[in-house]
Design a protein around this ligand. Structure first.
Ligand SMILES: C[S@@+](CC[C@H](N)C(=O)[O-])C[C@H]1O[C@@H](n2cnc3c(N)ncnc32)[C@H](O)[C@@H]1O
Length: 482
């Protein structure tokens, strides 16, 4: 963008104190030149109407023109964002560095060909000066001269931050249109158990593709959806966009549920739902490195920002630690033999891919029966990388204490290690009395605070198993706080 073009669009600066702005800018080609010039013309006319109404002091006409301008902006922005998946790369890293270095930037959403930036200005620098410096930093991009700048309020900016509370790097992934195919497990059973209805607030701590959340929203509830995986959050946001403010999507680990909610002023909820484990897209995307069936980097991090990948553990943990992980988290009987073979193998070079690890395991443990020899070891590594069991322990305590009286917690588990933890925790809080052999008689349980809604765990029926074999190990347990 040259200086002349910049002047032609805007030079805002706050009239005093601080002011918030929402800026949309995109690279040329994201919207056709004809469309852009039609938009520019319409916008010009709208500005003229606004000026005229402003001079006449005609408040009604001014408000109508302002609304018209907002609609014009929203339309073109929607078109630019729809283009994200097809457009060229925006040289995002330079842009991100500039956005991060700009103290006024509250947050941003980057796509392949456009950026939405929220800015708070305390000083007299015009918005255009900031925009030009960001665009200069992404020098490889042919920025369109047209930029949308909207004055907003601090409250709107805070609401946007709450809904999009994610790091800028992730947001690049968030706007990419990756198809997310996950068949929700025990959909009806889990959501019915939570008794969703208008006015109720439910936290879905494993948002995934939003399958459970969608049914909760349809029943009228307000849903906080948490996921540590940016791809899942993006998919859920797309799928559930129609529910507006009733859905709030959060980036976070459910082990910090209490803190995540507290920071947003939510002290008690009517329901907590967890559908543990991984989503199908996590398993099926070879590059995420979860599956021994597809060649990919040995990664397995649900949250790409985690410091330690599966490859780091496999190549750096000592033999005893490896054996421990395989035994504890995979209940793998051949844990020691596999750990020994991994340590031997890595002296020849780093074990970097899923298939290298799967082959190493197979060489230590010949195939017996229908299960692939690497199944348990891969499960164990995934649990270790993501500290799934530690997070579950903390979720159970935090989720239960967040419940209102009469609120329900529903947890779906996929293997015995998880289910055992849920079962024990639920027993701990639902038993009115504790009995020990050394006591003459049972004593009141100080932790008693809930009743069981499911006497036995609910499992998928024949129909569900037929269409979704991955649901076969699912177990749903539900309790209600007294
Ligand atoms: C089985 S999927 C949920 C699918 C979802 N119920 C649906 O119907 O689309 C589990 C999701 O939980 C997320 N997850 C697992 N552990 C998590 C944790 N500790 N904190 C936040 N999200 C987690 C995963 O990233 C994954 O997207």
């Amino acid at each position: 963008m040259n200086g002349q073009e910049a002047e032609s669009w805007v030079s805002f600066h706050p009239p005093g104190g601080s002011a918030c702005y929402r800026v949309i800018m995109w690279v040329d080609g994201a919207v056709s030149a004809q469309r852009l010039s039609a938009w520019r013309r319409a916008r010009m006319e709208s500005v003229e109407r606004m000026q005229e109404a402003g001079m006449r002091g005609a408040r009604g006409a001014l408000a109508a023109a302002q609304q018209e301008m907002q609609i014009l902006n929203r339309d073109i922005e929607a078109e630019a964002f729809a283009f994200f998946t097809r457009a060229q790369d925006v040289r995002a890293s330079g842009l991100l560095a500039a956005l991060r270095a700009d103290a006024g930037v509250l947050g941003c959403r980057l796509g392949k060909s456009a950026a939405e930036v929220w800015l708070e200005l305390q000083d007299e620098t015009g918005v255009d000066v900031h925009v030009q410096s960001w665009q200069r930093a992404a020098s490889g991009a042919a920025w369109s001269a047209d930029v949308i700048v909207e004055r907003t309020t601090a409250e709107d900016a805070a609401a946007w931050q709450r809904a999009n509370g994610v790091a800028a790097e992730e947001l690049i992934a968030e706007t990419e249109d990756v198809p997310f195919r996950h068949t929700t497990v025990l959909l009806r059973e889990a959501t019915d158990a939570l008794q969703a209805a208008e006015g109720k607030v439910i936290v879905d701590v494993t948002l995934g593709g939003g399958g459970h959340s969608e049914r909760l929203l349809r029943a009228g509830a307000t849903v906080w959806g948490i996921d540590r995986d940016p791809t899942a959050r993006a998919a859920a946001r797309r799928r559930l966009a129609g529910y507006g403010e009733r859905l709030q999507v959060l980036n976070g680990n459910f082990r910090e549920l209490g803190k995540l909610m507290h920071e947003r002023g939510v002290e008690a909820v009517d329901g907590v739902l967890a559908d543990l484990g991984v989503s199908s897209p996590q398993l099926d995307t070879a590059e995420r490195g979860f599956s021994f069936l597809a060649e990919g980097p040995l990664d397995m991090r649900m949250d790409p920002a985690l410091p330690r990948s599966a490859a780091d553990i496999v190549n750096e943990a000592d033999e005893a630690e490896l054996a421990d992980i395989l035994w504890q988290y995979g209940e793998e009987h051949a844990a020691r033999a596999i750990a020994r073979r991994i340590v031997q193998q890595r002296t020849r070079g780093r074990i970097a891919t899923t298939t290298q690890l799967a082959n190493t395991i197979c060489s230590a443990l010949p195939r017996r029966g229908r299960q692939h020899p690497a199944t348990r070891s891969f499960q164990a590594l995934r649990i270790a990388v993501n500290d799934e069991l530690g997070a579950l322990d903390e979720l159970l305590v935090a989720g239960f204490s967040l419940l209102k009286s009469g609120g329900r917690m529903a947890i779906i588990t996929f293997h015995s290690l998880e289910d055992r933890k849920v079962k024990r925790f639920f027993e701990r809080v639902t038993k009115p009395e504790i009995d020990r052999p050394e006591w003459a008689q049972p004593r009141p349980n100080p932790e008693y605070a809930a009743r069981s809604v499911t006497r036995k765990p609910i499992t998928p029926g024949e129909a569900e198993l037929a269409v979704n074999p991955r649901s076969r190990s699912a177990k749903l347990r539900v309790i209600e706080k007294i």
